[in-house]
Design a protein around this ligand. Structure first.
Ligand code: NAP
Length: 249
């Protein structure tokens, strides 16, 4: 058995303070990984890490604003000097700034693209190199079904999520020879803070488009991410997995 199979793996999950990212961090901790929980505010990633430790898992928290390349670079420098090699990266942090195109401000475009997409470029560039050197790694990018279908009022968000899919497929090809897999998960409508503010009418319309007739839970997404980060998924790379109750077939 190789050293990688014995040593507990370290995973970094962005946007781990709430919602889907929190559930992914908890799932990876249950899988036996040490989890570095990243979110914008110290208190939210801190409380996720504390919850994991209270349940017997291993986790630390790190506040990083992923829209800042400087903050990502500084965090990676410090983390890599401590851990040398982080085997698993889940790019989950994301925001929306919805509006119809003619009303969308340039800031709303830039904030969404920097937070959702450019952040992935920086994290993967910095944490991917040790993965390729060690010839084992798992990268999972949390995209969205709107990255596949588009959505009126979400040109910035859909472009960022479609960009994550192109990034995933390109890097899967670049890293494959080093046994580093890169996959994307495209959630449908999941019950989190991101969707809780939506108008009841919008929610009704969304639900009518879900063949399984319910909104997804954060655990539905965490289960898929946990599988893709495991040894069991070693022959899967460059794929996009929709977890959406059958919305996009
Ligand atoms: P959420 O409940 O709004 O949580 C977002 C998380 O991202 C929070 O922990 C937040 O940090 C973190 N975050 C936001 N901006 C950040 C920044 N600049 N730097 C660092 N962390 C930042 O979102 P969610 O619904 O769980 O969504 C998670 C991911 O799934 C997103 O990428 C989203 O686009 C995608 N997704 C969600 C749905 C859905 O229906 N919910 C559907 C498809 C795709 P703080 O806790 O510190 O604020």
């Amino acid at each position: 058995m190789s050293e990688e199979n014995i040593k507990p793996k370290t995973a970094l999950v962005t946007g781990a303070g709430r919602g889907i990212g929190k559930s992914i961090a908890e799932a990876l901790a249950r899988d036996g990984m040490k989890v570095i929980c990243v979110s914008k505010s110290e208190s939210s990633c801190g409380s996720t890490a504390e919850g994991i430790r209270a349940n017997g898992g291993d986790a630390v928290a790190r506040a990083v604003d992923v829209s800042s390349s400087e903050q990502i670079k500084l965090a990676c420098e410090e983390l890599l000097s401590e851990y040398e090699y982080i085997e698993v990266l889940v790019n989950n942090a994301g925001i929306t700034r919805d509006n119809l195109l003619f009303r969308m401000e340039e800031n709303d475009w830039n904030d969404v693209l920097h937070t959702n997409l450019t952040s992935c470029f920086h994290w993967i560039k910095l944490l991917g190199r040790p993965m390729t050197r060690k010839r084992w790694g798992r990268i999972v990018n949390i995209s969205s079904v709107v990255g596949l279908t588009g959505n009126a009022g979400q040109a910035n968000y859909a472009a960022s999520k479609a960009g994550m899919i192109g990034l995933t497929k390109s890097l899967a090809r670049e890293f494959a020879a080093r046994s580093v897999t890169v996959n994307a998960v495209a959630p449908g409508f999941i019950d989190t803070d991101m969707t809780s503010d939506l108008d009841e009418r919008v929610k009704e319309v969304a639900l009518s488009q879900v063949p399984l007739k319910r909104f997804g839970t954060v655990e539905d997404i965490a289960e898929m991410a946990s599988f893709l980060c495991s040894e069991k998924a070693s022959y899967i790379t460059g794929q996009v997995f929709t977890v959406d109750g059958g919305m996009v077939m």
